[in-house]
Ligand binder design. Structure first.
Ligand code: ADP
Ligand code: 5GP
Length: 246
């Protein structure tokens, strides 16, 4: 594609949708792929805005017709990226951003190894728990079983962080948004020679610091908090040994 394909993955509740929303306000020329899902709408979500909501039968029919670039089953529901998202972005010469899980990211990387992949981590399990709970409250539907399910998947997803080119730890929102923006601008600069409007050396510096290869020290405490061995990427401890104070 003429534009750049960005993949962003994160454990649920890390703040990925928030970050993507902020990025879209600040950077033009990035299309956001609206996925199909069989999960029901949450809170104020609308068909065609956050997701295209459908049922399993329809999803499986689309899958069998080859309509998806990738798809996966996450938390008992199907999620998939329509091929036409890529085709539309390509036609417009836009970049495309896919917000997909680690399984989907794996599938896309196999066919499009040039994709830029970004993994977002929450700073600690406790922060993740608080964010998930606050979001559920704001949406007026706290479901403890669903909350627990998402929390217990988080460490398993984080184990895949090494497959991503860039890692963000979403602690302070403004800083993480600036990092995400810097990654997009830096990749446009390196791949397409697109000039960076202001403070270009600072932007390139911020993006470089987020590269996996430069993230070792930054990630150490996060991986430890999630009980993940930084060398092998494997989980060491069972999740959830912190007390919940909220
Ligand atoms: P995801 O898309 O990764 O599932 P959301 O973007 O829905 O996560 O964020 C989960 C909750 O955390 C939301 O209530 C959001 O407002 C909040 N949140 C996101 N990023 C931050 C941050 N850096 N600091 C504090 N709260 C955050
Ligand atoms: P949520 O239900 O919180 O919106 O999303 C749950 C998970 O599904 C997140 O990790 C999100 O990135 C992932 N997801 C959303 N859309 C897609 C998609 O089209 N494909 C894949 N593989 N995962 C998706």
């Amino acid at each position: 594609m003429a534009g750049i394909l960005f993949i962003i993955s994160a454990p649920s509740g890390s703040g990925k949708s928030t970050l993507v929303g902020e990025l879209r306000k600040q950077v033009t020329g990035v299309d956001f792929s609206i996925s199909w899902t069989t999960r029901p709408p949450r809170g104020s979500e609308e068909h065609g805005r956050e997701y295209y909501f459908t049922n399993r039968e329809e999803f499986e029919r689309m899958r069998d017709e080859g309509k998806f670039l990738e798809y996966a089953e996450v938390f008992g529901n199907y999620y998939g990226t329509a091929r036409h998202s890529l085709e539309d972005a390509r036609r417009q010469g836009h970049d495309l951003l896919l917000d997909i899980d680690v399984q989907g990211a794996d599938q896309v990387r196999k066919t499009m190894p040039e994709a830029v992949s970004i993994f977002v981590m929450p700073p600690t399990p406790k922060v993740l728990r608080t964010r998930l709970r606050n979001r559920s409250r704001a949406e007026g539907q706290v479901n403890e079983a669903e909350l627990y399910r998402r929390l217990s998947e988080a460490s398993k997803e984080i184990e895949n962080y090494r497959d991503y080119g860039y890692i963000l730890v979403n602690d302070i929102l403004d800083r993480t948004v600036a990092q995400l923006e810097a990654i997009v601008l830096a990749e446009r600069f390196y791949r397409n020679g697109e000039p960076i409007a202001y403070r270009s050396s600072r932007v390139l510096e911020v993006a470089a610091a987020c590269r996996l290869a430069n993230s070792r020290d930054r990630l150490k405490p996060v991986l430890e908090a999630f009980g993940i061995d930084g060398v092998s990427g494997q989980q060491q401890l069972p999740f959830g040994d912190e007390s919940d104070e909220d």
